[in-house]
Design a protein around this ligand. Structure first.
Ligand SMILES: NC(=O)c1ccc[n+]([C@@H]2O[C@H](COP(=O)([O-])OP(=O)(O)OC[C@H]3O[C@@H](n4cnc5c(N)ncnc54)[C@H](OP(=O)(O)O)[C@@H]3O)[C@@H](O)[C@H]2O)c1
Length: 325
C-alpha cells in the first residue's frame, strides 16, 4: 500500500510518499480503506524521533482516520464491510489502509464529510476525556482552554458550548482570538498581552474557572493554578512550555485544587473503548445532528504531508490540517 514514510527522523523534508506493507488484521479489529487522516502535533514530535509509537503500534504516522471498512476480523460486533468509519489510531493513519480495534471506531454520521470525519477522533476524544471524564466539566460551569485555535482547542470549544459551559480561551494573536469567539468561545485572551490569569479572574468576577485544559505545562503552571476556582481541576495534556515548574503548594490545599496529567495514545484498547462509548453517550445525538464537527483549516493530498507538517509547525492554522488519501 502507499503510505507516508521516512527513513530517519528529521525536519518536514524527510516525509515522502512510499510503499509500506499493509497492516495485519487481528482479532477484534477492522481494516479501514482510508479516505482522510489529519495532522496532530504529536506527529511532528514522532517525525523528529521524540515520540515513539507505543509497543505494537504502527510506525507510520497518523493518530486518526476515516474511510470504509474493507475487512472485519474475528470477534467483531457491529461492523460490516462498506460501513463508513472514523477511528482513533495509535499510529498508521497516513496510509491507504489502517487497522484498528473495534472499540476505537465510530460510525460516521451522514452530516460529516470524509475530511471532517478523518479530523475528528483524536481531538474530540482528547478534549472529551480531559475536560469531561477527568476534568469533571458540567453544564453551568466555566472552563479555560489554552490554545483555543489548536485542533484540540477548537474541538474543546465545540463540546463545551454544546454541554452548556462558559468558555474562556487563550490564543497567540488577535486574529485567532477573534476566530475563537466566532467559533463559540465566550472570552478569548491573547496570551502575548501578558499574564492571562488576571484577564481570567476579571472575566469571572474574581471567582476563577472550574476546569482548565492545558498543553503548555511548566511555564503556565503557576498562572493556571491562579485561574482556578475553589475545587478547580487543571488537566495537563502537553508540555510545549516545559516540564518543570516551581510553585507554592499551599494554594492546592487552601483552594482544594487538583492537578491531573494524561495521555490518550498509550491507553489500552479497553480504556479507549470506554472513552469512545462515554463520548457517544453524551455527544452522539449532537454528532448525528451535525452540531459536532471539526474546524478544517485546509485539506492537502496525502503526498503533501511535509507541507501539512510545515503549516502545523508554524501554528498558522486554525483547527485541523487534513490529508486526503
Ligand atoms: N496528552 C494527550 O493525550 C494529547 C492528545 C492530543 C493532543 N495533545 C497536545 O495538545 C496540544 C494541542 O494539540 P493539537 O494537535 O491540537 O495542536 P495544534 O493544532 O498544532 O496546536 C497547537 C497550538 O499551540 C499553540 N502554541 C504553539 N507554541 C506555543 C507555546 N510555546 N506556548 C503556548 N502555545 C503555543 C499554537 O497556538 P497559538 O498560535 O495560539 O500560540 C498552536 O496552534 C499539543 O501540545 C498536543 O501535543 C495531547
Amino acid at each position: 500500500m502507499k503510505a507516508i514514510v521516512f527513513d530517519n527522523p528529521g525536519d518536514e523534508g524527510v516525509l515522502h510518499l512510499g510503499e509500506a506493507p499493509a497492516p495485519k488484521l487481528g482479532p477484534g479489529e477492522i481494516r479501514i480503506r482510508v479516505r482522510a487522516t489529519a495532522v496532530n502535533r504529536a506527529d511532528l514530535l514522532q517525525r523528529q524521533g521524540m515520540y515513539p509509537p507505543p509497543p505494537g503500534a504502527s510506525e507510520i504516522l497518523g493518530l486518526e482516520c476515516a474511510g470504509e471498512v474493507s475487512e472485519v476480523g474475528v470477534d467483531v460486533d457491529g461492523w460490516r464491510v462498506g460501513d463508513r468509519v472514523m477511528a482513533l489510531l495509535p499510529g498508521g493513519g497516513y496510509a491507504e489502509e489502517a487497522v484498528v480495534h473495534q472499540g476505537s471506531a465510530m460510525h460516521v454520521p451522514k452530516a460529516l464529510s470524509w475530511e471532517e470525519a478523518g479530523a475528528l477522533p483524536e481531538v474530540f476524544l482528547t478534549a472529551y476525556l480531559n475536560l469531561f471524564m477527568l476534568g469533571g466539566a458540567t453544564s453551568g460551569g466555566t472552563a479555560l482552554v489554552q490554545g483555543g485555535g489548536s485542533g484540540v482547542g477548537t474541538a474543546a470549544i465545540t463540546l463545551l458550548r454544546e454541554a452548556g459551559l462558559r468558555t474562556i480561551v487563550t490564543a497567540g494573536n488577535p486574529e485567532k482570538c477573534q476566530r475563537c469567539r466566532q467559533h463559540g468561545a465566550d472570552v478569548a485572551i491573547n496570551y502575548r498581552d501578558g499574564d492571562f490569569s488576571e484577564a481570567v479572574r476579571k472575566a469571572t468576577d474574581g471567582r476563577g474557572v472550574d476546569v482548565i485544559l492545558d498543553h503548555v505545562g511548566g511555564k503556565y503552571l503557576a498562572m493556571n493554578l491562579d485561574c482556578l476556582a475553589v475545587d478547580g481541576r487543571l488537566v495537563i495534556i502537553g508540555l510545549i512550555g516545559g516540564a518543570k515548574a516551581d510553585i507554592n503548594l499551599a494554594m492546592l490545599l487552601t483552594r482544594r485544587l487538583q492537578v491531573v496529567g494524561s495521555t490518550l495514545r498509550t491507553r489500552s484498547n479497553a480504556d479507549k473503548a470506554k472513552i469512545v462509548a462515554y463520548f457517544m453517550s453524551q455527544f452522539g445525538e449532537a454528532l448525528s445532528a451535525g452540531r459536532i464537527k471539526p474546524v478544517i483549516d485546509r485539506v492537502l493530498p496525502l503526498s503533501e504531508a511535509a507541507e501539512a507538517h510545515r503549516v502545523v509547525q508554524s501554528s498558522a492554522h486554525f483547527g485541523k490540517v487534513v490529508l486526503k488519501v
